[in-house]
Design a protein around this ligand. Structure first.
Ligand code: SF4
Length: 386
């Protein structure tokens, strides 16, 4: 869903408020800065919607061209955006083909799930319904964090809203939820039933939503804290990031960390550093706003000298007899620069034989990383064999 008017208990933040109900009222104490970074996503959503509407509804070609050209003129428009939204339309067409008869297709559907969530509403990117099947599809342009569709609370709330809207007209037995995050790969789908959704909503969502609305419930820190406006000052999140929970077995030296502890610390490092960055940002903003953070202050960072007008400065140097050969460096293009200049084919023909790929510097990554493990001994042995 593109960022737009936000409900207090919005579907897009449901993962967070379901896990940590009091985060909703706590967040109200902090400014909402999410919209600042969302303009590219909003533009991509507009383009995706335009393409889907022009295919599935009656739209004059001139109206489409006008709207398309307006989007193209935006500085955030890119060829990638055009390609990704084309792929999105192809996916929507594929989904529609799977219905035995042409389904009803609706874009930007206002869905209301206030039967379970106080003032709960949202906007589903696309709802497709026909026969006994409801499809709810979410287009995501971001490529930072892959979003999992299985059991996705946002999508399930959209589906509940869509069911409420269409239940009188259709006897839905299958609900298929999709997330099309096409810059990261193929769309992903997850199937459920209306009965499972109603059970989840009544037993799990409704009580937590009421707690969230009332500002009650237990704080619970986790991955969802990344998107919480209170994250820099939240005590529960700080405690989760700084707590020392490791314990030694009796036969280990308590003065030293075990390798298991080192492994667990490294696993915690990434969320810790993100949290710590949020704390630093908060403290800098507070200091710049004139607040006191005991022991800290804001100062001007280091800067390097620069010409206010490099052309004028060089003109003066030339006038004083300094030659261009002394004023300019001649640097070769990088390998990628030469490849961009020539294109892959000509690059390969002309200088492909000179390309080597030295071994990369060893780096520590989580076990889940797909690269082969590397060890000094194995590398030395391979070198001797060669
Ligand atoms: S930072 Fe995490 S634990 Fe704290 S209020 Fe927000 S979601 Fe809850």
């Amino acid at each position: 869903m593109p960022p737009a008017a936000h409900a207090l208990l919005g579907a897009s933040s449901a993962e967070r408020w379901l896990a940590c109900p009091p985060s909703v009222r706590l967040s109200e104490k902090f400014p909402d800065t999410a919209g600042v970074f969302a303009r590219e996503g909003t533009l991509a959503h507009s383009l995706a919607e335009l393409k889907v509407r022009s295919y599935f509804t009656v739209m004059a070609k001139s109206a489409y061209t006008r709207a398309y050209n307006k989007i193209r003129k935006d500085e955030l428009f890119s060829t990638e955006m055009d390609n990704v939204t084309d792929a999105y339309l192809d996916y929507i067409k594929d989904c529609a083909m799977q219905f035995p008869a042409p389904p009803t297709v609706a874009c930007e559907v206002k869905v209301n799930f206030s039967g379970y969530v106080p003032d709960g509403f949202g906007t589903a990117d696309l709802v497709m319904i026909g026969g006994n099947t409801l499809r709810v599809i979410d287009f995501k342009y971001g490529k930072g964090v892959p979003v999992e569709v299985t059991d996705n609370a946002q999508m399930k709330l959209y589906a509940l809203g869509a069911l409420a809207q269409y239940a009188l007209l259709y006897k839905v037995e299958r609900v298929i939820l999709s997330i099309a995050q096409l810059r990261l790969g193929e769309p992903t789908e997850w199937e459920t039933t209306p009965d499972e959704l109603y059970k989840w909503a009544s037993e799990y969502v409704r009580p937590r939503a009421q707690q969230a609305y009332n500002g009650e419930g237990e704080f619970h820190a986790g991955d969802h804290c990344r998107f919480c406006r209170a994250k820099a000052k939240c005590r529960a999140y700080a405690e989760a990031n700084t707590a020392v929970t490791e314990q030694h077995t009796p036969d280990e030296d308590p003065a030293l960390l075990t390798d298991e502890e080192i492994g667990r610390l490294l696993t915690r490092a990434e969320p810790f550093l993100k949290w710590f960055g949020a704390v630093q940002t908060y403290a800098l903003d507070a200091a710049l706003d004139g607040k006191t953070i005991p022991g800290w202050k804001a100062v001007e960072g280091r800067s390097v000298r620069q010409f206010d007008d490099i052309d004028a400065a060089f003109a003066d140097l030339r006038a004083a007899g300094i030659e261009d050969a002394l004023l300019y460096e001649r640097k070769p293009l990088t390998l990628s620069g030469v490849e961009r200049l020539l294109g892959k084919k000509q690059f390969a023909e002309l200088c492909g034989g000179h390309v080597v790929k030295p071994a990369g510097k060893p780096t520590l990554v989580p076990e889940s990383d797909s690269r082969k493990p590397y060890s000094r001994a194995a590398a030395d042995f391979a070198a001797i064999e060669q």
